[in-house]
Design a binder for this molecule. Structure first.
Ligand SMILES: Nc1ncnc2c1ncn2[C@@H]1O[C@H](COP(=O)(O)OP(=O)(O)O)[C@@H](O)[C@H]1O
Ligand SMILES: [Mg+2]
Length: 251
């Protein structure tokens, strides 16, 4: 699904991602852990196109995507969520979900003037799809609610809803468990499992070890820009290098 080869992303003299190589197999849920400042978010940003790689290669389904703009990568089926969700606060949950789909006929003014029925048809299809996704995620009761009234966990789910509108094959999740209450966390984990069984591949940055250990296999460990370990969760958990990385980190 994804191949990252000798990836480097530098900020001035700092190598935030320093010669990182790994492969994500299709249909897996891979965890990415490491102390604050390890380079996890920078790795996500570089894969998703927010940063250009300083050097190295990124292949998504055998296609080179390194340096492509985010919208092109998104259209290829690789989506990401943010550590801190950014919904449009004044818009409803349903409206927020409907912003995401790509290549809508209504985006082209020509269609608005001359192709009204096509635009209306697509809008209806978009609304129906958003409603289905909100129902799947258990947000359908909140469809009319302003996004600003959602809890942290509900905002994480809304982000997932927006990403799902594009029907991605690979989703990068930046801390889906952060700021989420325990019962909603169980819901989020169940939804991720269900999506994975329908063929979605995940790479997940997460600090909550319970989530990582029960959901992710394999787990990648980063420290100071480098990938220091990769393996099944039980092995990673008991590896002294992981403990060292956290103790030596800048938590
Ligand atoms: N846009 C940026 N400009 C300069 N330095 C950055 C930028 N983004 C991240 N960094 C630095 O890169 C390092 C890795 O950060 P980050 O990828 O956010 O780590 P993590 O997500 O693992 O906590 C940190 O030292 C951080 O200060
Ligand atoms: Mg981060």
């Amino acid at each position: 699904m994804l191949e990252v080869k000798h990836l480097v992303r530098q900020f001035g003299g700092l190598r935030a991602v320093d010669d990182v190589s790994f492969t994500l197999r299709a249909n897996t849920i891979t965890g990415l852990i490491g102390p604050n400042g390890a380079g996890k978010t920078t790795l996500f940003n570089t894969i998703a196109g927010m940063h250009t790689p300083t050097s190295g290669k990124i292949l998504f389904q055998d296609k080179s995507i390194g340096g492509l703009p985010p919208y092109r990568i998104y259209r290829l089926g690789l989506a990401r969520t943010f550590q801190i969700p950014r919904p449009f606060a004044a818009m409803s949950v349903l409206e927020n979900s409907m912003l995401a789909p790509i290549g809508q006929a209504g985006e082209y003014f020509w269609n608005n003037w001359f192709n009204r029925s096509k635009v209306r048809g697509q809008e209806r299809a978009c609304r129906e799809r958003a409603q289905e996704i909100l129902a799947f995620l258990g947000l359908d009761q909140l469809a009319g609610e302003s996004a600003k009234n959602l809890s942290g966990g509900q905002q994480k789910l809304l982000e997932l809803a927006r990403v799902l509108m594009a029907d991605p094959k690979l989703i990068l999740l930046d801390e889906p468990g952060a700021g989420v209450n325990p019962s909603l966390l169980v819901t989020i984990m169940d939804k991720l499992k269900a999506l994975n069984s329908r063929g979605v591949t995940f790479l997940i940055i997460e600090h909550n070890m319970d989530l990582v250990l029960s959901l992710c296999d394999p787990v990648l460990v980063m420290a100071q820009g480098k990938l220091i370990l990769e393996g099944p969760p039980a092995l990673v958990r008991s590896d002294p290098r992981v403990l060292d990385a956290y103790l030596g980190g800048v938590e």
